[in-house]
Write a protein that binds this ligand. Structure first.
Ligand code: UD1
Ligand code: CA
Length: 449
């Protein structure tokens, strides 16, 4: 086993380019804050101690970091990435091991990149992740004759020759923690932005004869999100990854490029997902289930043989059991639709149980909310709910019972009974014909004037 590992995640920047009141690292990719993706990645690379460096007004970032089990530090003034990393020193004062410093704005970074960084640090003394790019957004890594990092130059500080270099700094650096904080204290801010740059660390370390190795990564994996358009690009890349993973695992998707997945979406082999389906958090679709086009699911489980959609909405707590059908414009929330039950058109099923084999007619509404509290509707196995029935909860429909179309059901219905709540139908023979004749005559009289 490698020694102890820590991570310092920098998230105190002003994120001006996002033009958002929300800190950049809390913007979401595949439904998870960017910071969450990085925390997951470093954890999977064996990091036990995580310190997230935040700005004084970054309370929301600190709350999220703590919820993820990380420690936090505050950078009082935004004096650059090197200064930010130094601010983690107090939180890691008792730490003796390897630390990776990483920027908080890289949602696509993988555990392997951190693994490789730690390994290269153990071998060479220090390691820096770099990638090939022409983008002006990144600092250039100048490599010496020995193949080690000579220096890193920010694009704004670079000369013509340095601008030709396409090896870019990703913003991930692995080093011995105690040495790192010693070097960080020696950084100077004599550069274009008058900031203490993290990127000057390899130069400082060289004075102690510690060399910095280069670890290669893909541009996509380490892309930094600085603006809304970069956030959208990161989302697109993440979606491509998640879709590829699902297809590889045996999920059927004829138009994967139109399906939007959440980071935690569980799609079992041999489930079928139609075009334009959107997944929010917490969805499980079992083998043999089918989700048809234009459906939106969150916090739901769909079992084998069940069919959902097209145009269905499953909200948190929806459980669609084997062979049940949820059709177009049907919304299900906090409800169990048991085996073989069907709600095929235009219905709202909230805070309910729909028993096995029951049939829910078009236009059925569970009236679950009285403006203050939510109430439960219990529909028995094999019940038949007529079209346009309003079920005013709390209410219980017995097994095998039938409700007449258009009924407003406010009282429990016994098993196998018929409940019908509507006025008796009247019929007036010939009335329609007489009505038309009178109207035509009236109109003719007006026209002749
Ligand atoms: C930085 C690097 C650049 C690299 C690029 C990769 C420096 C000087 N430059 O540039 O070489 O190619 O990232 O994406 O390091 N932060 C703080 N406190 C500060 C300033 C920044 O915590 O005072 C944090 C930010 O929240 C962010 C990260 O550090 O998560 C990087 O800052 P950012 O402003 O995005 O740096 P870049 O200009 O992109
Ligand atoms: Ca950046």
């Amino acid at each position: 086993m490698n020694g102890q590992r820590a991570a310092i995640i920098l998230a105190a920047g002003k994120s001006k380019r996002m033009r958002s009141a929300m800190p950049k690292v809390l913007h979401r990719v595949a439904g998870v804050p960017i910071l969450g993706h990085i925390i997951n990645a470093v954890r999977q690379a064996g990091v036990a101690r995580i310190v997230v460096v935040t700005s004084p007004d970054g309370q929301a970032v600190r709350d999220y970091a703590v919820a993820c089990g990380a420690q936090t530090a505050i950078q009082e003034h935004q004096e650059g990435t090197g200064h930010a990393a130094k601010c983690a020193g107090v939180a890691l004062a008792d730490f003796d091991g390897a630390a990776v410093v990483t920027y908080g704005d890289m949602p696509l970074v993988t555990p392997e990149t951190f693994e490789k960084s730690f390994a290269a640090h153990e071998k060479s003394g220090m390691a820096l992740v770099a990638f090939q790019s022409q983008s002006h957004a990144y600092g250039r890594v100048i490599v010496g004759a020995d193949g080690m990092v000579d220096r890193i130059v920010e694009f704004t500080d670079s000369n013509e020759g340095e601008r030709l270099v396409t090896l870019c700094n990703a913003g991930i650096l692995a080093a011995d923690a105690k040495s790192f904080f010693r070097w960080a204290a020696l950084l100077k801010n004599d550069n274009a932005q008058n900031e203490y740059y993290l990127t000057d660390i390899p130069t400082v370390a060289k004075a102690e004869r510690v060399a910095c190795a280069v670890v290669n990564a893909d541009e996509e994996d380490v892309m930094g999100v600085n603006s809304r358009s970069e956030l959208a690009a990161a989302e697109a890349a993440m979606q491509r990854r998640l879709r590829a993973r699902a297809l590889e695992a045996g999920v059927g998707m004829i138009a994967p490029e139109t399906v939007f997945l959440h980071e935690d979406t569980v799609l079992e082999a041999d489930c079928q997902i139609g075009p334009y389906v959107v997944f929010g958090p917490g969805v499980v679709v079992r083998s043999g289930a089918e989700i048809r086009s234009f459906s939106h699911l969150e916090g739901a489980e769909v079992e084998k043989g069940a069919i959902v959609g097209p145009f269905a909405r499953l909200r948190p707590g929806a459980k669609i059991e084997e062979n049940a059908h949820i059709g177009n414009f049907v919304e299900v929330k906090n409800a169990r639709v048991e085996k073989g039950a069907k709600a095929n058109h235009l219905a709202y099923i909230g805070d309910a149980r729909v028993g096995a084999g029951a049939n829910i007619g078009a236009g059925t509404i569970t009236c679950n909310y009285d403006g203050f509290d939510k109430h439960f509707t219990d529909i028995g196995a094999g019940a038949f709910i007529g079209s346009n029935t309003a079920l005013v909860a709390p209410v219980k429909i017995g097994d095998g019972a039938i409700t007449g179309a258009g009924s407003t059901i406010t009282k429990d219905v016994a098993a196998d009974a018929l409940a019908v709540e509507r006025a008796e139908q009247r019929q007036l023979g010939g009335w329609a014909e007489k009505f038309r004749s009178r109207k035509k005559a009236e109109k003719a009289k007006r026209g002749s004037k």
